[in-house]
Design a protein around this ligand. Structure first.
Ligand code: UDP
Length: 319
């Protein structure tokens, strides 16, 4: 398959691109490098610098079978401070990309949606039928694109799949998380273990959970990438399907930090800070639909595996 990967210089996108290259697909990465890294684009993939908004012009003359669309702004706090940026980059950009698809020959698209579309869930595990009530502009932007894809599919123009990621961690093929600023728990804890930061704060320990800290559903980035490949295989023109991707098992913040201490054999300086605005107590996915329709089951469900893989890449990067 000839596959266009937007955002293929980012953490998840580069690993999706690498898995596609490894499986023999012809991959082109489109990325504006606003947050991605040129050196994360796998050898063997073509690279085009630019925004998804300009896909038609930038990719004129090239032909694709399918698109994996991951290019997006993805910081929840920034989306609250600057919602217009999220409308422009995520919603308008996606609309422009979708409008360019016919000219590029592609009739299948896999989209990186998010658990953030659900907001505060009434019930866990969260199924795809749970009400989508995002509590920040980031989640709203992802939901808007899911709606756009559903509409395009119903017109028969496209086969689309929205993959709603829960918490992603780990590394693959030497590629790991490199956000600036970093806001995610696992890389922050690993940086603290390495002495790159003095320690870290737990955002609230008074939640109604087994140890008072928030429960999240972590999946290994290689498992996540595998779901994209499975979704590409099964995207059928005229249909839009949504899949939640998680382990179905949650870990508390304290459990994650204990696993980081065990894997790194270092102790962390941990303080208890206030709750972070907009953090639900428990977010755990039901991935039953992905299992039955995509045949997708996480192969690396252990949090220790995700942490060990991320740790190895962080150490290699610092050496
Ligand atoms: N968290 C924390 N301290 C940090 C970063 C994150 O306690 O320095 C918590 C956060 O409140 C959430 C969990 O760790 O409950 C995962 O947060 P992350 O930002 O990694 O992912 P999110 O759940 O926001 O997508």
């Amino acid at each position: 398959m000839r596959v266009l990967v937007t955002g293929g210089a980012g953490y998840i996108g580069s690993i999706v691109a690498l898995r596609l290259v490894e499986s023999g697909d012809a991959v082109t990465v489109l990325d504006d490098l606003s947050t991605g890294h040129r050196d994360a684009v796998p050898a063997g993939a073509a690279f085009v610098l630019g925004r998804v908004h300009d896909a038609a012009e930038l990719l004129a003359g090239r032909r694709f079978d399918a698109v994996v669309h991951l290019a997006a702004s993805s910081l929840v706090a920034e989306s609250v401070a600057n919602p217009a940026k999220y409308e422009e980059n995520n919603v308008v950009g996606s609309r422009r990309l979708v409008a360019a698809l016919a000219g590029l020959g592609a009739d299948r698209l896999v989209f990186s949606s998010s658990a953030a579309v659900y907001g505060e869930p009434d019930e866990v595990p969260i199924t795809e039928d749970a009400p989508a009530r995002p509590v920040n502009p980031y989640g709203a932007s992802k939901l808007a694109v899911d709606g756009l894809l559903a509409e395009q599919a119903s017109l028969g123009l496209l086969g689309a799949v929205s993959l709603r990621y829960f918490n992603v961690a780990g590394a693959y093929g030497g590629l790991g998380e490199r956000h600036d600023p970093e806001s995610h728990l696992v890389p922050i804890a690993l940086e603290a273990a390495l002495g790159l930061r003095p320690g870290l704060a737990i955002y609230g320990d008074d939640y109604p959970t087994r140890d008072g800290t928030c429960v999240r559903d972590y999946i290994h980035v290689a498992d996540l990438a595998a779901a994209h490949l499975a979704a590409l295989e099964r995207a059928v023109p005229g249909r839009h399907r949504v899949y939640n991707l998680g382990n179905g098992t949650g870990f508390t913040v304290r459990e994650v930090l204990s696993a980081v201490e065990a894997v790194t054999a270092r102790s962390l300086e941990v303080t208890i800070g206030p709750r972070r605005a907009g953090d639900p107590a428990v977010l755990v996915a039901s991935s039953a639909r992905a299992a039955s329709e995509l045949g997708w089951v996480p192969e690396r469900p252990e949090i220790a595996t995700m942490i060990a893989d991320a740790w190895r890449v962080l150490l290699a990067r610092r050496s």
